[in-house]
Design a protein around this ligand. Structure first.
Ligand code: AMP
Length: 364
């Protein structure tokens, strides 16, 4: 399936980015290298992306006047996070093209809708059940067994809004602790590794996938990504096929990430989808230094209507996140041969906050 005819940007044109975090910052830097300007919209005056663009709008997503002014100054609008309020996206889409299509967010903002969507494509996920009360939670546990993972349907990230339920745990207490009425229960997946595929799709339907990345989490936050992931060609092929199927089904334009579990099995390892991120993704940061074209540039190319590039990887790449006070060690990284340091310019190193990352490449 191909998308509507897309406008092709010219160098000097302006991209509007919703969200001012490090992803917006790295998108804006990639755009600048291609001669494109960016204007960033973010409610947070301390946004890392504000530092690298000339034009920034600091306003709430409910501020229609600010959204209208932002839209007036840009040629195309994109976003760097998935929780853009639908009301804001509607105001913007009435004025300028928004890519990827914001209606995709209805699927990816809601874990239940996302799992239903993936399942309908014939792609495997953890077994799951809709949970709306302590009573439905008990029924879901009876169906899926323990251990299992209770997750809020919306606004969960980095392990927030989820509770692992084990034998002997009190479901009523867990339900109260989650403080929601919309959740899902997922069977616990005994995965051998977690991987992700970063895929770019152009408006002409071309899909380009990066090499499969293995991801290691600490305290539910991505700590290290390694490429290539040590998986068989069959698993790598299946992971790519899944990401491509999802990108096509969403008629996606831009970069998306699909997080997956690799599960051992008698007939060979299986791949299950955990989550879709409709944006550039932390597990693709290695592409900045480790590939001929980064995920950020690829996203900019896609939304600008420019051709995508087939990325060439420069070697075996390890990307390590600097989380919280890890960043205090940044001077050491400056002296490590082959290491490239990225700092996001955040002022305070709070626990769990992504402050920067380091890429180390072992050339082939
Ligand atoms: P999520 O927010 O859904 O990406 O979950 C964060 C992390 O929790 C994942 O990267 C996994 O390490 C772990 N996790 C989430 N869901 C499951 C599951 N159903 N089974 C096992 N581990 C899980």
């Amino acid at each position: 399936m191909t998308g509507p005819v897309q406008q092709v940007l010219k160098p000097g044109d302006t991209i509007g980015i919703l969200g001012g975090g490090q992803l917006g910052r790295m998108l804006a830097m990639a755009a600048a290298r291609l001669g494109l300007r960016c204007n960033v919209f973010s409610p947070d005056p301390d946004s890392p992306a504000f530092d690298v663009v000339q034009n920034a709008v600091c306003a709430e997503y409910a501020d229609v006047e600010a959204l209208e002014m932002f839209a007036a100054d840009v040629d195309v609008i994109t976003y760097e996070f998935e929780n853009v309020p639908a009301s804001a996206a509607l105001v913007l889409a009435a004025r300028k093209p928004v890519l990827p299509d914001y209606q995709i967010l209805e699927t990816t903002q809601d874990r239940l809708a996302e799992k239903d969507f993936v399942t309908k494509l014939g792609i495997g996920t953890a077994a799951y059940a809709d949970v709306t009360s302590a009573q439905t939670l008990r029924a879901a546990i009876a169906k899926l067994g323990l251990p299992s993972v209770l997750k809020t349907r919306r606004f969960g990230y980095d392990g927030k809004g989820q509770i692992i339920l084990r034998e002997g745990d009190d479901p009523d207490a867990a339900w109260e602790k989650l403080e929601t009425r919309a959740a899902i229960l997922e069977a616990f997946v005994p995965f051998e590794r977690e991987v992700s595929v970063i895929a770019a799709r152009g408006s002409d339907g071309q899909v380009v996938c990066y090499d499969i990345t293995e991801n290691e989490h600490r305290d539910h936050i991505l700590k290290v990504s390694r490429v290539p992931a040590p998986v068989s060609d069959a698993v790598a092929g299946e992971a790519r096929r899944i990401a491509t199927t999802i990108a096509d089904a969403l008629n996606y334009v831009g970069v998306l990430a699909v997080e997956m579990f690799v599960v051992p099995g008698d007939g060979g390892a299986k791949v299950l989808v955990n989550e879709i991120a409709p944006r550039v993704h932390n597990s693709g940061h290695w592409t900045l230094d480790g590939a001929s074209v980064s995920q950020f540039e690829q996203h900019i190319r896609a939304i600008a209507g420019w051709p995508l590039a087939e990325p060439l990887r420069h070697g075996a790449v390890t990307m390590t996140n600097l989380i919280g006070h890890d960043v205090d060690d940044c001077a050491r990284w400056l002296t490590v041969p082959g290491a490239t340091l990225h700092l996001y310019g955040k002022r305070t190193a709070l626990a769990g906050r992504k402050m920067g990352h380091v890429t180390v490449i072992e050339p082939r």
